[in-house]
Design a protein around this ligand. Sequence first.
Ligand SMILES: *[C@@H]1O[C@H](CO)[C@@H](O)[C@H](O)[C@H]1NC(C)=O
Ligand SMILES: *[C@@H]1O[C@H](CO)[C@@H](O)[C@H](O)[C@H]1NC(C)=O
Ligand SMILES: *[C@@H]1O[C@H](CO)[C@@H](O)[C@H](O)[C@H]1NC(C)=O
Length: 344
Amino acid sequence: MKILGILSIIFISINSAAAVTHSLRFLHTAAAGIPAFPEFVTVVLVDGQPFSYYDSQLRRELPRQSWTLQAEEPDFWERRTNKSIVDEQVFRSKVEMIKPSFNQTGGVHIVQLMYGCEWDDETGSIKGRWQFGYNGEDLMALDLKTSTWTAPTPVATFRKHKKDKDKGWAIRMNNYLSQGCPDKLKKYVSYGKSTLLRTESPLVSLLQKNFLSPVKCHATGFYPDRAVMFWRKDGNEIHEGVEQGQILPNNDGTFQMSIDLKLLSDSVEKKRYECVFQFSGANESIITKLEETKIQTNGVNPYEVIIAVVIAVIIFAAVIIDWFIVYKARKAADPFNVKKQMDL
Ligand SMILES: *[C@@H]1O[C@H](CO)[C@@H](O)[C@H](O)[C@H]1NC(C)=O
Ligand SMILES: *[C@@H]1O[C@H](CO)[C@@H](O)[C@H](O)[C@H]1NC(C)=O
Ligand SMILES: *[C@@H]1O[C@H](CO)[C@@H](O)[C@H](O)[C@H]1NC(C)=O
Protein backbone atom coordinates (compact mmCIF):
# COMPACT_ATOMS: atom_id res chain seq x y z
CA MET A 1 0.00 0.00 0.00
CA LYS A 2 2.90 2.31 0.71
CA ILE A 3 4.20 1.80 -2.80
CA LEU A 4 0.78 2.45 -4.23
CA GLY A 5 0.72 5.71 -2.35
CA ILE A 6 3.96 6.73 -4.04
CA LEU A 7 2.63 5.61 -7.40
CA SER A 8 -0.55 7.62 -7.27
CA ILE A 9 1.36 10.71 -6.23
CA ILE A 10 3.85 10.25 -9.04
CA PHE A 11 1.30 9.69 -11.74
CA ILE A 12 -0.51 12.96 -11.70
CA SER A 13 -2.91 12.05 -14.47
CA ILE A 14 -4.78 9.44 -12.45
CA ASN A 15 -7.91 10.93 -11.09
CA SER A 16 -10.96 9.30 -9.66
CA ALA A 17 -13.75 8.25 -11.94
CA ALA A 18 -16.95 10.24 -12.26
CA ALA A 19 -20.33 9.07 -10.98
CA VAL A 20 -21.54 5.50 -11.71
CA THR A 21 -18.55 4.68 -13.88
CA HIS A 22 -16.38 1.66 -13.29
CA SER A 23 -12.77 1.59 -14.29
CA LEU A 24 -10.02 -0.89 -15.00
CA ARG A 25 -6.50 0.49 -15.09
CA PHE A 26 -3.14 -1.08 -15.64
CA LEU A 27 -0.27 0.90 -14.25
CA HIS A 28 3.32 -0.03 -15.11
CA THR A 29 6.12 1.81 -13.36
CA ALA A 30 9.80 1.51 -14.15
CA ALA A 31 11.94 3.32 -11.62
CA ALA A 32 15.67 3.92 -11.43
CA GLY A 33 17.59 5.69 -8.70
CA ILE A 34 15.08 5.20 -5.88
CA PRO A 35 16.56 2.99 -3.16
CA ALA A 36 14.30 0.22 -1.85
CA PHE A 37 11.85 0.72 -4.70
CA PRO A 38 11.57 -2.20 -7.17
CA GLU A 39 12.74 -1.43 -10.70
CA PHE A 40 9.46 -2.54 -12.16
CA VAL A 41 5.98 -2.55 -10.64
CA THR A 42 2.58 -3.33 -12.09
CA VAL A 43 -0.62 -2.50 -10.28
CA VAL A 44 -4.05 -3.31 -11.66
CA LEU A 45 -6.79 -1.10 -10.29
CA VAL A 46 -10.49 -1.89 -10.42
CA ASP A 47 -12.65 1.12 -9.56
CA GLY A 48 -9.51 2.81 -8.29
CA GLN A 49 -8.81 -0.02 -5.83
CA PRO A 50 -5.71 -2.19 -6.17
CA PHE A 51 -6.78 -5.54 -7.53
CA SER A 52 -3.41 -7.13 -8.17
CA TYR A 53 0.25 -6.38 -7.68
CA TYR A 54 3.47 -7.50 -9.36
CA ASP A 55 7.03 -6.33 -8.97
CA SER A 56 10.46 -7.28 -10.30
CA GLN A 57 11.60 -8.53 -6.88
CA LEU A 58 8.56 -10.71 -6.23
CA ARG A 59 8.33 -11.90 -9.83
CA ARG A 60 4.81 -13.04 -9.05
CA GLU A 61 1.44 -11.41 -9.45
CA LEU A 62 -0.58 -11.46 -6.25
CA PRO A 63 -4.18 -10.53 -5.41
CA ARG A 64 -4.86 -7.37 -3.43
CA GLN A 65 -8.58 -7.85 -2.86
CA SER A 66 -10.55 -10.30 -0.77
CA TRP A 67 -12.50 -11.20 -3.93
CA THR A 68 -10.51 -12.99 -6.60
CA LEU A 69 -11.26 -15.07 -9.65
CA GLN A 70 -9.48 -18.11 -8.27
CA ALA A 71 -12.60 -20.25 -8.05
CA GLU A 72 -13.83 -19.41 -11.54
CA GLU A 73 -10.44 -19.50 -13.24
CA PRO A 74 -7.91 -21.57 -11.27
CA ASP A 75 -4.95 -20.50 -13.45
CA PHE A 76 -5.88 -16.81 -13.32
CA TRP A 77 -2.93 -15.68 -11.18
CA GLU A 78 -0.44 -17.87 -13.02
CA ARG A 79 -1.52 -16.32 -16.32
CA ARG A 80 -1.28 -12.86 -14.83
CA THR A 81 2.22 -13.67 -13.56
CA ASN A 82 3.30 -14.91 -16.98
CA LYS A 83 1.92 -11.80 -18.64
CA SER A 84 3.60 -9.48 -16.16
CA ILE A 85 6.99 -11.14 -16.68
CA VAL A 86 6.68 -10.39 -20.42
CA ASP A 87 5.40 -6.85 -19.72
CA GLU A 88 8.43 -6.24 -17.54
CA GLN A 89 10.86 -7.15 -20.34
CA VAL A 90 9.03 -5.06 -22.93
CA PHE A 91 8.69 -2.09 -20.63
CA ARG A 92 12.32 -2.12 -19.51
CA SER A 93 13.46 -2.02 -23.13
CA LYS A 94 11.11 0.90 -23.81
CA VAL A 95 12.61 2.82 -20.91
CA GLU A 96 16.12 2.23 -22.27
CA MET A 97 14.92 3.67 -25.59
CA ILE A 98 13.49 6.81 -24.01
CA LYS A 99 16.41 7.57 -21.66
CA PRO A 100 18.91 9.02 -24.19
CA SER A 101 16.38 11.58 -25.47
CA PHE A 102 16.46 13.16 -22.01
CA ASN A 103 20.26 13.43 -21.90
CA GLN A 104 20.23 12.08 -18.36
CA THR A 105 22.69 9.53 -17.11
CA GLY A 106 22.16 9.54 -13.36
CA GLY A 107 19.44 10.65 -10.95
CA VAL A 108 15.88 9.51 -10.60
CA HIS A 109 13.92 8.21 -13.58
CA ILE A 110 10.34 7.10 -13.36
CA VAL A 111 8.61 6.02 -16.52
CA GLN A 112 4.97 5.11 -16.25
CA LEU A 113 2.45 3.68 -18.60
CA MET A 114 -1.19 3.77 -17.71
CA TYR A 115 -3.88 2.26 -19.84
CA GLY A 116 -7.36 1.04 -19.24
CA CYS A 117 -11.02 1.70 -19.74
CA GLU A 118 -14.02 3.26 -18.05
CA TRP A 119 -17.51 1.92 -18.30
CA ASP A 120 -20.66 3.77 -17.32
CA ASP A 121 -23.07 1.08 -16.21
CA GLU A 122 -26.09 3.38 -16.70
CA THR A 123 -25.48 4.74 -20.18
CA GLY A 124 -23.20 1.89 -21.29
CA SER A 125 -20.66 4.37 -22.66
CA ILE A 126 -17.02 3.29 -22.78
CA LYS A 127 -13.86 5.37 -22.67
CA GLY A 128 -10.30 4.16 -23.15
CA ARG A 129 -7.00 5.68 -22.10
CA TRP A 130 -3.39 4.96 -22.96
CA GLN A 131 -0.69 7.31 -21.79
CA PHE A 132 2.96 7.57 -20.93
CA GLY A 133 4.43 9.65 -18.14
CA TYR A 134 8.00 10.56 -17.29
CA ASN A 135 9.00 11.70 -13.79
CA GLY A 136 5.41 12.54 -12.98
CA GLU A 137 4.67 14.51 -16.14
CA ASP A 138 2.62 13.46 -19.13
CA LEU A 139 4.87 12.42 -21.96
CA MET A 140 2.46 11.26 -24.60
CA ALA A 141 -1.02 9.83 -24.93
CA LEU A 142 -2.98 7.96 -27.53
CA ASP A 143 -5.86 9.94 -29.00
CA LEU A 144 -8.48 7.25 -29.32
CA LYS A 145 -10.65 9.22 -31.74
CA THR A 146 -7.97 9.59 -34.40
CA SER A 147 -5.65 6.74 -33.39
CA THR A 148 -2.76 9.23 -33.28
CA TRP A 149 -0.52 10.44 -30.47
CA THR A 150 -0.63 13.66 -28.55
CA ALA A 151 2.74 14.68 -27.18
CA PRO A 152 3.09 17.64 -24.82
CA THR A 153 6.92 17.73 -24.72
CA PRO A 154 9.38 18.22 -27.63
CA VAL A 155 11.21 14.97 -26.88
CA ALA A 156 7.98 13.12 -27.06
CA THR A 157 7.11 14.90 -30.32
CA PHE A 158 10.18 13.35 -31.87
CA ARG A 159 9.07 9.91 -30.74
CA LYS A 160 5.50 10.61 -31.73
CA HIS A 161 6.40 10.76 -35.42
CA LYS A 162 7.93 7.33 -35.18
CA LYS A 163 4.90 5.96 -33.40
CA ASP A 164 2.41 7.55 -35.79
CA LYS A 165 3.87 5.44 -38.56
CA ASP A 166 2.65 2.37 -36.72
CA LYS A 167 -1.03 3.12 -37.26
CA GLY A 168 -1.85 -0.58 -37.13
CA TRP A 169 -0.69 -0.78 -33.55
CA ALA A 170 -2.79 2.23 -32.53
CA ILE A 171 -5.87 0.73 -34.16
CA ARG A 172 -5.31 -2.62 -32.42
CA MET A 173 -4.87 -0.87 -29.07
CA ASN A 174 -7.99 1.14 -29.74
CA ASN A 175 -9.93 -2.06 -30.34
CA TYR A 176 -8.62 -3.58 -27.14
CA LEU A 177 -9.54 -0.54 -25.07
CA SER A 178 -13.05 -0.40 -26.46
CA GLN A 179 -13.76 -4.16 -26.44
CA GLY A 180 -11.43 -6.51 -24.56
CA CYS A 181 -10.81 -4.16 -21.67
CA PRO A 182 -14.47 -3.34 -20.90
CA ASP A 183 -15.36 -7.06 -21.13
CA LYS A 184 -12.74 -7.81 -18.52
CA LEU A 185 -13.90 -4.89 -16.39
CA LYS A 186 -17.53 -6.08 -16.46
CA LYS A 187 -16.39 -9.53 -15.37
CA TYR A 188 -14.34 -8.14 -12.47
CA VAL A 189 -17.15 -5.87 -11.33
CA SER A 190 -19.63 -8.75 -11.29
CA TYR A 191 -17.29 -10.86 -9.14
CA GLY A 192 -16.29 -8.07 -6.81
CA LYS A 193 -19.78 -6.60 -6.57
CA SER A 194 -20.16 -6.92 -2.81
CA THR A 195 -16.86 -5.12 -2.23
CA LEU A 196 -16.89 -2.63 -5.08
CA LEU A 197 -20.50 -1.58 -4.85
CA ARG A 198 -20.61 -1.20 -1.08
CA THR A 199 -21.07 2.12 0.65
CA GLU A 200 -19.34 3.08 3.85
CA SER A 201 -20.32 6.29 5.54
CA PRO A 202 -17.60 8.54 6.89
CA LEU A 203 -16.91 9.82 10.34
CA VAL A 204 -17.19 13.60 10.11
CA SER A 205 -15.47 15.95 12.52
CA LEU A 206 -14.84 19.67 12.82
CA LEU A 207 -11.34 20.81 13.61
CA GLN A 208 -9.81 24.20 14.28
CA LYS A 209 -6.18 24.86 15.18
CA ASN A 210 -6.95 28.06 17.07
CA PHE A 211 -9.76 30.57 17.03
CA LEU A 212 -8.18 32.53 14.17
CA SER A 213 -7.64 29.60 11.80
CA PRO A 214 -10.24 28.17 9.38
CA VAL A 215 -12.65 25.49 10.53
CA LYS A 216 -11.81 22.18 8.86
CA CYS A 217 -14.64 19.77 8.20
CA HIS A 218 -13.00 16.37 7.87
CA ALA A 219 -14.66 13.18 6.62
CA THR A 220 -12.80 9.89 6.79
CA GLY A 221 -13.48 6.20 6.23
CA PHE A 222 -15.90 6.55 3.31
CA TYR A 223 -16.27 4.35 0.26
CA PRO A 224 -16.57 4.75 -2.72
CA ASP A 225 -14.53 7.85 -3.55
CA ARG A 226 -17.41 9.42 -5.43
CA ALA A 227 -18.47 12.04 -2.96
CA VAL A 228 -18.76 15.78 -2.52
CA MET A 229 -18.42 18.08 0.45
CA PHE A 230 -19.50 21.66 0.80
CA TRP A 231 -20.39 24.35 3.35
CA ARG A 232 -23.85 25.85 3.69
CA LYS A 233 -24.89 29.12 5.28
CA ASP A 234 -28.59 29.53 6.13
CA GLY A 235 -29.22 26.45 3.99
CA ASN A 236 -27.44 27.73 0.86
CA GLU A 237 -24.19 26.40 -0.51
CA ILE A 238 -21.38 28.95 -0.17
CA HIS A 239 -18.05 29.30 -1.95
CA GLU A 240 -16.55 32.42 -0.37
CA GLY A 241 -13.85 31.64 2.16
CA VAL A 242 -14.17 27.95 1.35
CA GLU A 243 -11.20 25.83 0.40
CA GLN A 244 -11.94 22.38 -0.98
CA GLY A 245 -9.48 19.58 -0.30
CA GLN A 246 -8.82 16.53 -2.46
CA ILE A 247 -10.08 13.01 -1.93
CA LEU A 248 -7.21 10.96 -0.53
CA PRO A 249 -6.92 7.22 0.02
CA ASN A 250 -6.65 5.74 3.50
CA ASN A 251 -4.59 2.62 4.10
CA ASP A 252 -7.65 0.41 4.55
CA GLY A 253 -9.20 1.03 1.11
CA THR A 254 -11.48 3.82 2.31
CA PHE A 255 -11.08 7.52 1.58
CA GLN A 256 -10.84 10.86 3.31
CA MET A 257 -11.53 14.44 2.34
CA SER A 258 -11.81 17.80 4.03
CA ILE A 259 -13.11 21.28 3.34
CA ASP A 260 -12.02 24.46 5.10
CA LEU A 261 -14.13 27.45 5.99
CA LYS A 262 -12.59 30.79 6.93
CA LEU A 263 -14.83 32.41 9.50
CA LEU A 264 -14.46 36.07 10.32
CA SER A 265 -17.62 36.53 12.31
CA ASP A 266 -18.28 35.90 16.00
CA SER A 267 -19.67 32.75 17.57
CA VAL A 268 -23.29 33.91 17.27
CA GLU A 269 -22.92 33.71 13.49
CA LYS A 270 -21.43 30.21 13.59
CA LYS A 271 -24.78 28.50 14.06
CA ARG A 272 -25.81 29.55 10.55
CA TYR A 273 -23.15 27.32 8.97
CA GLU A 274 -23.18 23.61 8.34
CA CYS A 275 -20.88 21.16 6.62
CA VAL A 276 -22.42 18.68 4.17
CA PHE A 277 -21.04 15.35 2.99
CA GLN A 278 -22.82 13.56 0.15
CA PHE A 279 -22.14 10.53 -2.01
CA SER A 280 -22.52 11.44 -5.70
CA GLY A 281 -25.98 10.55 -6.90
CA ALA A 282 -27.32 9.86 -3.40
CA ASN A 283 -30.13 11.70 -1.67
CA GLU A 284 -29.05 11.43 1.91
CA SER A 285 -26.28 13.59 3.23
CA ILE A 286 -24.39 13.84 6.47
CA ILE A 287 -24.94 17.30 7.88
CA THR A 288 -22.75 18.65 10.63
CA LYS A 289 -23.84 21.93 12.18
CA LEU A 290 -21.10 24.32 13.14
CA GLU A 291 -21.49 24.46 16.91
CA GLU A 292 -18.84 25.67 19.29
CA THR A 293 -19.01 22.51 21.39
CA LYS A 294 -18.50 20.25 18.37
CA ILE A 295 -15.27 21.90 17.24
CA GLN A 296 -12.14 20.03 18.24
CA THR A 297 -9.05 22.13 18.75
CA ASN A 298 -5.44 21.06 18.88
CA GLY A 299 -5.44 21.48 22.64
CA VAL A 300 -5.40 25.30 22.35
CA ASN A 301 -8.62 27.05 23.27
CA PRO A 302 -9.22 30.79 22.88
CA TYR A 303 -8.87 31.40 26.63
CA GLU A 304 -5.44 29.82 26.67
CA VAL A 305 -4.43 32.06 23.77
CA ILE A 306 -5.75 35.15 25.56
CA ILE A 307 -3.93 34.19 28.78
CA ALA A 308 -0.74 33.62 26.80
CA VAL A 309 -1.07 37.06 25.19
CA VAL A 310 -1.71 38.72 28.57
CA ILE A 311 1.35 37.01 30.08
CA ALA A 312 3.46 38.11 27.09
CA VAL A 313 2.29 41.72 27.55
CA ILE A 314 3.08 41.64 31.28
CA ILE A 315 6.57 40.25 30.64
CA PHE A 316 7.19 42.85 27.94
CA ALA A 317 6.02 45.65 30.24
CA ALA A 318 8.21 44.35 33.06
CA VAL A 319 11.25 44.33 30.77
CA ILE A 320 10.56 47.89 29.63
CA ILE A 321 10.06 49.16 33.20
CA ASP A 322 13.17 47.35 34.36
CA TRP A 323 15.23 48.83 31.54
CA PHE A 324 13.88 52.29 32.30
CA ILE A 325 14.79 52.02 36.00
CA VAL A 326 18.30 50.79 35.21
CA TYR A 327 18.74 53.55 32.64
CA LYS A 328 17.67 56.24 35.12
CA ALA A 329 19.92 54.86 37.84
CA ARG A 330 22.92 54.78 35.45
CA LYS A 331 22.19 58.29 34.34
CA ALA A 332 22.07 59.50 37.92
CA ALA A 333 25.37 57.80 38.72
CA ASP A 334 27.18 59.02 35.59
CA PRO A 335 29.87 61.51 36.68
CA PHE A 336 30.24 62.87 33.13
CA ASN A 337 26.57 63.49 32.69
CA VAL A 338 26.56 66.88 31.01
CA LYS A 339 23.16 67.86 32.22
CA LYS A 340 24.14 67.13 35.81
CA GLN A 341 27.27 69.25 35.46
CA MET A 342 25.22 72.09 34.12
CA ASP A 343 22.94 71.78 37.10
CA LEU A 344 25.86 72.20 39.44
C1 LIG B 1 3.34 -19.77 -17.42
O1 LIG B 1 4.68 -19.92 -17.85
C2 LIG B 1 5.25 -21.16 -17.49
C3 LIG B 1 6.72 -21.12 -17.89
O2 LIG B 1 6.90 -20.58 -19.15
C4 LIG B 1 4.49 -22.29 -18.20
O3 LIG B 1 5.03 -23.53 -17.87
C5 LIG B 1 3.02 -22.23 -17.78
O4 LIG B 1 2.26 -23.21 -18.49
C6 LIG B 1 2.45 -20.85 -18.01
N1 LIG B 1 1.11 -20.83 -17.44
C7 LIG B 1 0.02 -20.39 -18.08
C8 LIG B 1 -1.26 -20.47 -17.33
O5 LIG B 1 0.08 -19.90 -19.19
C1 LIG C 1 20.64 16.43 -25.71
O1 LIG C 1 21.96 16.78 -26.05
C2 LIG C 1 22.15 17.09 -27.41
C3 LIG C 1 23.62 17.34 -27.66
O2 LIG C 1 24.28 17.81 -26.52
C4 LIG C 1 21.27 18.28 -27.79
O3 LIG C 1 21.41 18.58 -29.16
C5 LIG C 1 19.81 17.97 -27.47
O4 LIG C 1 19.01 19.09 -27.71
C6 LIG C 1 19.66 17.54 -26.02
N1 LIG C 1 18.31 17.13 -25.78
C7 LIG C 1 17.59 17.51 -24.72
C8 LIG C 1 16.24 16.96 -24.62
O5 LIG C 1 18.02 18.29 -23.90
C1 LIG D 1 -34.15 10.53 -4.08
O1 LIG D 1 -35.36 11.16 -3.72
C2 LIG D 1 -36.34 11.15 -4.73
C3 LIG D 1 -37.55 11.94 -4.23
O2 LIG D 1 -37.43 12.34 -2.92
C4 LIG D 1 -36.71 9.69 -5.07
O3 LIG D 1 -37.66 9.68 -6.10
C5 LIG D 1 -35.45 8.95 -5.52
O4 LIG D 1 -35.74 7.60 -5.74
C6 LIG D 1 -34.37 9.08 -4.44
N1 LIG D 1 -33.12 8.49 -4.97
C7 LIG D 1 -32.34 7.71 -4.24
C8 LIG D 1 -31.10 7.25 -4.91
O5 LIG D 1 -32.59 7.37 -3.11
